[in-house]
Write a protein that binds this ligand. Structure first.
Ligand code: ZN
Length: 136
């Protein structure tokens, strides 16, 4: 598999509206709009940083994965996403290497990307996302 770059850092926040000031007003990043991914019970907001992005994640339901994360650990970095060339091939290769996968097959994430999560038990406790984007 080929990892191209860190695509984004996923940061769990209680409220995008309340939390985005640090990223825009203090760091001067550009707010590129938000998008709700109903399947994940999350609203995401993207702030490009060079070739990567900061992604703020706000839960849309108390039982969503982001709400559960904040309940356990508080606000903070929830996942790291690596851009890969061929996500299906990468998942096959990781499975062969004994890596535990949360998603055996890619699903659709924000921005129409193909995404899949790896289990933190296989990654030193970090929730790792793989993503593949067409046309970028
Ligand atoms: Zn993500």
């Amino acid at each position: 598999m080929k990892v191209l770059k860190i695509d984004h850092l996923g940061i769990a926040v209680n409220s995008i509206e309340a939390g985005k000031g640090f990223w825009t007003d203090v760091l001067g990043l550009k707010f590129e709009g938000s998008e709700t991914v109903a399947e994940q019970k999350v609203t995401t907001a993207f702030f490009p940083v060079g070739e990567s992005e900061v992604e703020l994640l706000e839960s849309t339901a108390p039982d969503g994965p982001v709400a559960k994360y904040i309940e356990k650990k508080g606000e903070g970095i929830q996942h790291i996403a690596f851009r890969v060339e061929n996500i299906e091939g990468a998942l096959t290769e990781l499975k062969e290497k004994g890596v535990r996968l949360i998603d055996e097959k890619p699903r659709t994430g924000a921005g129409g990307a193909k995404i899949a999560f790896l289990h933190p038990k296989s990654t030193n406790g970090i929730l790792v996302e793989l993503c593949e984007r067409s046309g970028k």
